[in-house]
Design a protein around this ligand. Structure first.
Ligand code: FAD
Length: 340
């Protein structure tokens, strides 16, 4: 059980900046994100694209913004729990108990939901058997490539992930790369490396094919793939990997008893509290009259929610408004105070 002042759900730009606002006022935060990396939409959807409307930064990319936000919260030594989706929330006296998909448990008087458009989830195989074998032969990401050593692996997809993993796993596994189109849409260089490996007999490539069934009792034994013209092929397989991109789902947030308005969480703009005391929503996930889905709006929302968290985390203390330019306390927390 991890006890903290604030559990932040979502490591997008708004969640990260809010950790800084919480740290400045002396509150400890822990951050959980479903993705395997920090940065939310900025990293997952547009890491290289230029952003022109972050205050005082004429231009930055999704990646550099994330890097700078992380630099800014360094003094607070925050723990990030990645690949963990917040599943359940329940009330325990004056605290919220939060349980993740990996069964991590947190206890905190405050939760800040900075969950953007919900959790990013992999697009899955829709054939029979895919669900039954999920994580027991059917995978949508690779946590440990050694798992695939000396196995027969069928990789589905035409983008960079499918190509890169087919190339990597071909070093120590028997790889078949299957794509529903003739052409790959990943980087040209990776596609030509894959074709070269095929010529050398190091991987098999099947295009344009789609999966039609997964067979096996306790574990996968074969898969069947099918061409548009009806041609069928059976491939002996131990594991299959699907790299079909990500979709965004509101996910378990819908089950937490929060008021929802078109998959967004309505908030009180005085403190960004939801209909539940101690649960706040900020960034793209929240809604209120005039809401702008911009990063800069999320930063403001986080600053106000952080101050509201103070009241519940430190009920016997009075919050004092201070500037970072002049407050010794804040400078101490930032680790920048020079001795007098
Ligand atoms: C192509 C594109 C270009 C954009 N350009 C700009 C721009 O120029 N300027 C601008 O201001 N904005 C821009 N935006 C919008 C901006 O990216 C969003 O406003 C911003 O990312 C919202 O930040 P957030 O932290 O609220 O949410 P997100 O960035 O969406 O992060 C939310 C995080 O929460 C996680 N999460 C969700 N549910 C759970 C759960 N149950 N458990 C654990 N984790 C969970 C998700 O995995 C995700 O990582 C752009 C968006 C796109 C798609």
């Amino acid at each position: 059980m991890i006890k903290t002042d604030v559990l932040v759900i979502g490591a997008g730009p708004v969640g990260i900046f809010t950790v800084q606002q919480l740290g400045l006022i002396g509150l400890k935060a822990e951050v959980v994100d479903n993705l395997d990396k920090i940065g939310g939409q900025c990293i997952e959807l547009y890491p290289d694209k230029p952003i022109y409307d972050i205050p005082a930064l004429p231009v930055c990319t999704g990646e550099s913004l994330t890097k700078n936000l992380l630099e800014q919260i360094k003094p607070f030594k925050t723990n990030f729990y990645l690949n963990e989706r917040v599943q359940e929330i329940s009330k325990e006296e004056n605290n919220w108990k939060i349980i993740t998909s990996g069964k991590k448990t947190f206890l905190a008087p405050n939760i800040i939901i900075a969950a953007g458009v919900g959790s990013f989830e992999p697009r899955k195989f829709s054939v029979k058997g895919a669900e039954k074998f999920e994580n027991k032969g059917v995978f949508y990401s690779i946590k440990d490539k050694n798992y695939f050593k000396n196995k027969k692996v069928s990789i589905f997809g035409g983008g960079d992930s499918a190509l890169d993993w087919a190339i990597e796993l071909s070093k120590f596994a028997e790889v078949t790369l299957v794509h529903r189109r003739e052409e790959f849409r990943g980087a040209e260089h990776s596609a030509s490396v894959a074709r070269k490996l095929e010529k050398e007999g190091k991987i098999k490539i099947k295009t344009p094919y789609q999966i039609s069934s997964i067979e096996g009792e306790d574990k996968i034994s074969n898969i069947t793939i099918k061409k548009d013209d009806g041609k069928i092929e059976k491939i002996p397989t131990d594991c299959i990997l699907g790299f079909f991109g990500l979709i965004m789902k509101l996910g378990p947030i819908a089950d937490w008893g929060l008021n929802l308005d078109s998959k967004k969480i309505p908030v009180n703009t005085e403190n960004f509290q939801t209909n539940k005391k101690g649960i706040f929503a900020i960034g793209d996930i929240c809604t209120y009259p005039g809401k702008l889905k911009l990063i800069l709006s999320g930063f403001h929302e986080g600053a106000l929610a952080a101050r509201a968290c103070f009241k519940l985390a430190r009920p016997n203390e009075k919050y004092r408004f201070e500037f970072t330019t002049t407050s010794k306390t804040l400078q101490e927390r930032l680790g920048v105070k020079k001795s007098d």
